[in-house]
Design a protein around this ligand. Structure first.
Ligand code: SER
Length: 336
């Protein structure tokens, strides 16, 4: 049975990923989170570790399990990272480096390459101006990589680090000539889950708006109505992670892939929310720093490489995301 590590297990992606992995029942799951693992997730895992991913003693503890596959989800998101850049660097960069080194040691010792799935982000982009952002449209993986935020800088560096540790650092292969580490990264758009809300991100206005409306609460959106970045329904995010993990190494022509689904403005999200919850009260109170971050992210991503190399295709466009996933599920979450 495959042994899979999920860090940041209590987080939004962690929650959905664990549910999907546990349902398939084909692996032993080791979960790590800073907080005690959520009660609903406990039955899904074999081992629940609590602690800091950037603590070397915790990495030693994980290493005992000889994990074969790692979903390294633990991170501070973009707004949290702006508030505490030193902590962001510690967790987002040093935490990742510790796990990459651990993965290499396990790969070398067991003779099986460890697959390392890394959630990167549209925050790696730094569009030079709003005019250029609007003119650029869908950007490829290789353009506009001048992030303005600590989080974006951490993530673009870790993308590079993962490639370096897989392809160029030290002993690259085991005795059979196989690589000991197989790093693969996805650049996620803002993710929207029907069952959880994010903490500390800057794309949070979309999920916050939807979850507020479902609870009958007024919402003041912290970006302008015209603010536009890519978004994705959480089930597609999880599908992308699993599909990239399962793709044969020989099909992958790059280590970092964009994935896209839909790219609405805040106002377009608000009108979809109003359709579903006609009484919803949505106003706009742009926060200058958070607005500047959103303006620096791309308006859309070009995901042709993911489509070509491993068959990426989202199940949910905006209509389906709202009509078949978000609205039906969210209403159940807050029903009394
Ligand atoms: N959703 C993330 C954030 O807002 C972007 O990766 O920080």
């Amino acid at each position: 049975m495959r042994i899979t590590l999920v860090t940041g297990a209590n987080g939004e992606i962690g929650h959905s990923l664990l549910e999907t992995l546990a349902a398939s029942g084909d692996r032993k799951i080791i979960a790590l989170d800073l907080a005690p693992l959520a009660d609903d997730l406990r039955p899904m895992v074999s081992v629940a570790l609590q602690g800091d991913v950037s603590d070397p003693a915790m990495v030693d503890e994980i290493e005992k399990h000889d994990v074969q596959e790692i979903y390294h989800l633990a991170a501070l998101l973009s707004t949290s990272s702006e508030r505490n850049p030193a902590l962001a660097h510690q967790v987002n960069v040093n935490g990742t480096m510790g796990l990459l080194l651990m993965a290499r040691r396990i790969g070398a010792r067991t003779g099986r390459a460890v697959t390392f799935l890394f959630p990167s982000t549209i925050a790696v982009y730094g569009m030079p101006s709003l005019e250029k952002k609007n003119a650029a449209g869908a950007v490829t993986e290789f353009e506009y990589l001048q992030p303005t935020t600590m989080y974006g800088i951490n993530k673009v560096y870790c993308e590079q680090l993962g490639g370096y540790m897989s392809d160029r650092f030290g002993q690259l292969t085991d005795e059979a000539g196989k690589k000991v580490l197989d790093f693969r990264a996805l650049r996620f758009p803002g993710l929207i889950s029907a069952t959880t809300v994010p903490t500390g991100g800057t794309s949070d206005y979309a999920p916050e708006m939807i979850h507020a409306a479902a609870q009958g609460k007024a919402y003041a959106c912290f970006v302008r109505p015209d603010a536009r970045i890519p978004f994705m329904a959480m089930p597609d995010g999880v599908k992308a992670l699993l599909d990239l993990a399962a793709a044969p190494a020989e099909n992958l022509t790059q280590r970092v892939y964009n994935i896209g689904a839909f790219s609405p403005s805040a106002e377009e999200i608000a009108s979809k929310v109003m359709e579903a919850f006609p009484g919803a009260e949505i106003t706009y109170a742009p926060h200058p720093k958070r607005q500047a971050i959103i303006d620096s992210w791309c308006a859309d991503v070009n995901d042709e490489a993911a489509r070509r190399d491993w068959g990426w295709k989202p199940d949910y466009d905006m209509e389906r995301a709202f009509d078949e996933y978000l609205i039906p599920t969210i209403s159940g979450v807050y029903a009394v």
